[in-house]
Design a protein around this ligand. Structure first.
Ligand SMILES: NC(=O)c1ccc[n+]([C@@H]2O[C@H](COP(=O)([O-])OP(=O)(O)OC[C@H]3O[C@@H](n4cnc5c(N)ncnc54)[C@H](OP(=O)(O)O)[C@@H]3O)[C@@H](O)[C@H]2O)c1
Length: 279
């Protein structure tokens, strides 16, 4: 059945940016599939549904599980028959100096933040291409624009999302599909609590231990004054509905200032600024 209502899919809708985005898209008329790897975490959506009549449905989708992905996308295409907006939001941060990250830790980071996103995009594209329309919004970050200590795995996963999105934008424009990068600075979500600290970095005898502790402390501090998830969700709504969307949307005063500094400063000046902020 092909529905007349526009349809959106959001990954990682159990909390933070994904949750607010799913609610915002539904409030603005999209029939929204709020996907999450563990549907038992649907309480915030259920609570919203007690107060508001929203076109929203929770379905299971773990972006690192091929079978879960197939089931979720088959569900959407057979029920709704169209996919207008995909928000690739699922992700987490890994902290640790490159020397001390295990290959398993790095692969797990890429499996979710990069390959997970690739899997979902590949699954929705046949439908979007047939429609000759659609928007794919990928959650990058300030970490997709510049590196910082302890961030080599997370930052490189987001740099990869940037490069992949920029290339796809050319491939998909002829089919009427737009690719958009959302680049928030610090956002007040569960992100800091879900952050994985590399095993070796937790050993007090590690040569990086003090540096990693300072980074963890300064990022928790900076996160307290971060943007609200609601602000990010509204930028996503704007990018999803704007007739002429940009490729990139910075979100938050912090990342706007850092991106401006990166343009105006020479490399060593910028390096020293990030060093001062992060350690
Ligand atoms: N918060 C920030 O400061 C910030 C800044 C820039 C960019 N971002 C990006 O924004 C996105 C959302 O993060 P957030 O800040 O909203 O953090 P969050 O509150 O921790 O939300 C992350 C979401 O991703 C989900 N997730 C993790 N692995 C998954 C998997 N394999 N399959 C499906 N879902 C999975 C989590 O599910 P569970 O509840 O099951 O763990 C959760 O719903 C991430 O891509 C992050 O990199 C965040």
């Amino acid at each position: 059945m092909v529905s007349n209502q526009k349809v959106s899919i959001v990954t990682g809708s159990s909390s933070g940016i994904g949750l607010e985005t799913a609610l915002t898209l539904a409030r603005n008329g999209y029939f929204t599939y709020a996907t999450m790897r563990n549907p038992e975490k649907d309480a915030p959506i259920k609570n919203a549904l007690k107060k508001e009549n929203l076109p929203i449905k929770v379905i299971q989708l773990d972006v690192i599980d091929d079978e879960s992905l197939k089931n979720a996308i088959d569900h959407v295409t057979s029920e709704a028959g169209r996919i207008d907006v995909l928000v690739n939001n699922a992700g987490y941060g890994l902290v640790g100096a490159l020397e001390e990250l295990s290959m398993e830790e790095i692969k797990a980071q890429y499996e979710t933040n990069l390959f997970g996103l690739v899997r979902v995009i590949q699954a929705v594209l046949p439908t979007m291409r047939k429609q000759r329309s659609g928007r794919i919004l990928n959650l990058s970050s300030g970490a997709g624009l510049f590196g910082y200590p302890g961030g080599s795995a997370y930052v490189s996963s987001k740099f990869a999302v940037e490069g992949l999105s920029e290339s796809m934008a050319y491939e998909l424009e002829p089919f009427g599909i737009r690719v958009i990068l959302i680049e928030p600075g610090f956002v007040q979500t569960n992100f800091a609590n879900s952050m994985v600290i590399a095993k070796k970095a937790q050993d007090p005898t590690s040569p990086y231990s003090q540096m990693m502790q300072r980074i963890a402390a300064s990022s928790s501090e900076l996160a307290k004054s971060g943007s609200s998830a609601d602000l990010v969700a509204n930028v996503i709504l704007d990018a999803a509905t704007n007739p002429n969307p940009r490729l990139r949307y910075l979100v938050g005063k912090d990342v706007e200032a850092w991106a401006a500094s990166k343009k105006s400063m020479d490399e060593s000046e910028f390096f020293n600024m990030i060093k001062k902020i992060s350690t």
